[in-house]
Design a protein around this ligand. Structure first.
Ligand code: ZN
Ligand code: ZN
Length: 385
């Protein structure tokens, strides 16, 4: 028989005994039921026949101490929230389907009294082994932040606000109004699962009354609406290294949630968004910049002061520089991880005047004539085309 079947079948209920029944009580309960339900005593009664099979199956496991122990442990592990097909949500908390996932999700979410892992463990592992109270590494935390272009390039220290679930401080995680406490669900006796027999098969489904939690809260806590969970916000200061690019995910070791019982903390993963800059662009470690120049500057050559991440630098435009040429200034780009920096790539781009006074127009017309007589033909390369 599979673990899955064990999880879904309540053998104690099948025999009408409690989970603490002695081996003798198991035997007695089985004998009585087997006698009552035996096919010989109920000819043609298919329901009785199914029950007889189910009771025999329950007895086969519970009468064997080793099997019973294994069965009990399996059920404990999956009790309540452990319905493996999912669809169960503790108090609207959001889609956990297995008890041990709850531990994974929250990890050491709560560093205070008991912790949410303990709380949920206590809630779902009714009387069972507190599997959640062993030391466990804290959960990894994901967050994101938006940096200015220069901040990202140069590195920055930013405060990050993070929200994570933790036990409600008002009800200490019970979900019940202070002064009241949750009661065991009478429909499922606290197991969170109810068995049904249909055709030849017995199967289990999450209890409707308690939505699989095993307990009922008559007077929900007003602050957490009965979920026992509150989102706690904390702010930490994080050093973002220089040179991060848009969309990059940075791992900050040990900055996640604290571990339970002295276990190491989880990691913090920060996805960085980088906003655009009016002047600079980036190409890996290289900083890019478009430098507007006049036609005369390109022809005659000049030195232009351009901004960098730190101060300014003089960029020499040689005489006869073509429009669109990229001039490289070494070491004035984005800082690199291992030291040093990329380059500053300056693209020259002619700015054409939209309006000139008559003196300038006259001069330009004279220049145009002189240019032709000096033999310059911008479309010389098209000869014959
Ligand atoms: Zn129930
Ligand atoms: Zn509460």
């Amino acid at each position: 028989m599979s673990q899955r079947e064990w999880i879904e079948k309540d053998f104690y209920k099948e025999l009408g005994i409690s989970s603490s029944a002695s081996q003798d009580e198991v035997k007695k309960a089985y004998r009585k039921l087997a006698r009552d339900l035996h096919p010989d005593a109920n000819p043609g009664d298919t329901k009785a026949e199914e029950r007889f099979k189910a009771v025999s199956e329950a007895h086969a496991v519970l009468s064997d101490p080793a099997k019973r122990k294994e069965y009990d442990e399996t059920r404990k592990l999956f009790a309540g929230g452990g319905y493996p097909r999912g669809g169960f949500t503790p108090g609207g908390g959001g889609g956990f389907s297995q008890e041990f996932n709850i531990g994974d999700i929250f990890g050491g979410a709560a560093t205070g009294d008991g912790g949410l892992g303990d709380l949920l463990g206590g809630l779902f592992n009714r009387g069972g082994a507190r599997t959640t109270s062993r030391p466990r590494r804290g959960a990894d935390v994901e967050t994101e932040t938006t940096l200015g272009f220069r901040e990202a390039a140069q590195g920055v220290t930013v405060p990050l606000r993070m929200t994570s679930p933790s036990p409600c401080t008002t009800c200490h995680g019970s979900g019940a109004k202070p002064g009241t406490s949750p009661r065991v669900c009478p429909n499922c006796n606290g197991s969170g699962v109810v068995s049904r027999n249909q055709g030849a098969f017995g199967f289990s489904e999450p209890c409707d009354e308690c939505r699989g939690s095993g307990s009922i809260i008559d007077d929900p806590c007003v602050d957490c609406h009965g979920s026992g969970i509150q989102n706690r916000t904390r702010t930490i200061t994080v050093r973002i290294p220089p040179g991060v690019s848009d969309g990059q995910r940075i791992r900050l070791a040990g900055q996640g949630e604290a571990g339970l019982r002295g276990a190491p903390s989880g990691d913090l993963f920060v996805t960085v968004h980088v906003s655009q800059d009016k002047v600079f662009g980036r190409n890996g470690d290289d900083l890019t910049l478009v430098l507007p120049v006049s036609y005369a500057e390109l022809v005659l050559g000049t030195t232009v002061s351009v901004p960098t991440l730190e101060g300014r630098v003089g960029v020499k435009v040689p005489p006869g520089t073509a429009d669109g040429r990229i001039l490289r200034v070494r070491g004035r780009g984005v800082p690199k991880r291992g030291g040093g920096a990329g380059d500053l790539l300056v693209t020259v781009k002619v700015a054409v005047p939209q309006k000139l006074d008559s003196d300038a127009v006259d001069a330009l017309e004279r220049y145009q004539k002189a240019e032709r007589s000096s033999g310059f033909d911008p479309r010389a390369g098209w000869a014959g085309a």
